[in-house]
Design a protein around this ligand. Structure first.
Ligand code: SAH
Length: 367
């Protein structure tokens, strides 16, 4: 019989047939970064006609203010030469492009920068190369943060962690059971529950969530990324992480699929939709802090950008290009929007830094 599934779905079914139901995190990893068929691997999901739009693509103000943030942090670090400016998951390179352009106002900083980009997708790496080539800065690419050379670094990431695979467990009578992807009797892919409970799982969960009701879902990412970030930042580093998620660890399934700007079913057409899950900022902070780094925030994206002066920047842009004033105003309100789904409120910013740097711009305690 001819195989009617997409190549990635056939591969996932083959793996399930061999090894049994697949943990959700493994499914997510294959959907996003399978070398041939992964969602990010051979397309630009952010381009015109793409699936979703991110803050740096909405307005140049986003990257510019991050560039000025980096310059200020570099001064707090005592102005190291060859400072590594690292971006995780740079997408189309827009944030870095706008940040480097803005950072030129501090010439000594601009001259000290070596750019390191962590990108798994060959297609997006090409887009980044084209975007940054005329800026005249040295840029190197890596597939993981571990590969980036150690040393004084300023790290930024927007909508990167949400793409890192999540695991999920559901509370049953005899403990927590991992949620897995399986083939339903009717033949389609489905979410199922592993038969055996996860051994000694509850002690790894936040205390407040342990007596969750039957059927509750707990979601987590493995600690390795957050530990590595904390290890690097505790000495001579600062990271600014912006993403959607919750300030406190909680219960619930936040896995979502997006294609063509609409929500889709995460199990349909694997590899053709973006799969993400909310960032648990409390878990991220705890891991990084356990390595000796200091944590600032999380605060709402809206608060960070207001403190960094986005309104003043918008006013300056409008004054220099009055014909674009309406567009600038729309972009500003999108980035700062309140409400559960508004980017200013749903998106949070957290900074992870060496303790001796002191308070970071935008994260000062309210006076
Ligand atoms: N930061 C950009 C793009 C966000 S999309 C923006 O704000 O516009 C997520 C980015 O992370 C893409 O560049 C994607 O290819 C990259 N990515 C996703 N998973 C990754 C992984 N496991 N390792 C490295 N990069 C990854």
């Amino acid at each position: 019989m001819a195989d009617e599934h997409s190549p990635l779905e056939s591969e996932i079914r083959r793996l399930i047939a061999i090894a049994g139901p697949m943990p959700l995190a493994e499914y997510m990893r294959l959907c996003l970064t399978h070398p041939q068929y992964g969602y990010y691997m051979n397309r630009d999901p952010l381009g015109a006609g793409g699936d979703f739009i991110t803050s740096p693509e909405i307005s140049q103000m986003f990257g510019e203010l991050i560039g000025l943030w980096m310059a200020a942090v570099w001064r707090q670090m005592d102005e190291p030469q060859d400072v590594r400016v690292v971006e995780l998951g740079p997408g189309r390179g827009t944030l870095m492009h706008d940040a480097l352009r803005a950072a030129k106002v501090v010439a000594a900083f601009a001259n000290a920068i070596v750019v390191h980009l962590v990108e798994v997708s060959p297609a997006l790496q090409q887009v980044q190369e084209r975007r940054l080539e005329h800026l005249g800065v040295a840029v190197s690419w890596y597939r993981t943060l571990e590969e980036v050379p150690n040393g004084p670094s300023i790290v930024v990431a927007n909508e990167f962690i949400d793409a890192l695979p999540v695991r999920q467990a559901v509370k049953g009578n005899d403990g927590w059971h991992e949620r897995v992807v399986d083939v339903a009797p009717e033949g389609h892919l489905c979410i199922a529950t592993a038969r055996d409970s996860l051994p000694v799982f509850e002690t790894s969960m936040p205390r407040a969530l342990r007596d969750a009701p039957l059927g509750a879902i707990y979601e987590w990412r493995t600690d390795d990324f957050a530990l590595e970030l904390g290890r690097r930042m505790r000495k001579d580093g600062a990271a600014l992480i912006i993403d959607y998620g919750h300030e406190r660890s909680g219960l619930g399934d936040t896995l979502q699929a997006v294609a063509e700007h609409s929500f889709a079913d995460p199990l349909r057409v694997p590899g053709r939709a973006d799969l993400t899950a909310h960032v648990d900022f409390e878990a991220l902070a705890q891991c990084a802090e356990s390595m000796g780094a200091r944590i600032y925030g999380p605060i709402r994206q809206r608060d960070l950008f207001l403190r960094l002066g986005i309104e003043q920047r918008a006013a300056a842009l409008k004054a220099s290009a009055p014909q674009k004033a309406a567009d600038i105003e729309i972009a500003l309100s999108r980035l700062l929007a309140g409400g559960a789904r508004g980017m200013g409120e749903l998106f949070k910013a957290i900074a992870i830094a060496a303790p001796e740097l002191g308070s970071l711009p935008g994260f000062e305690p309210p006076s």
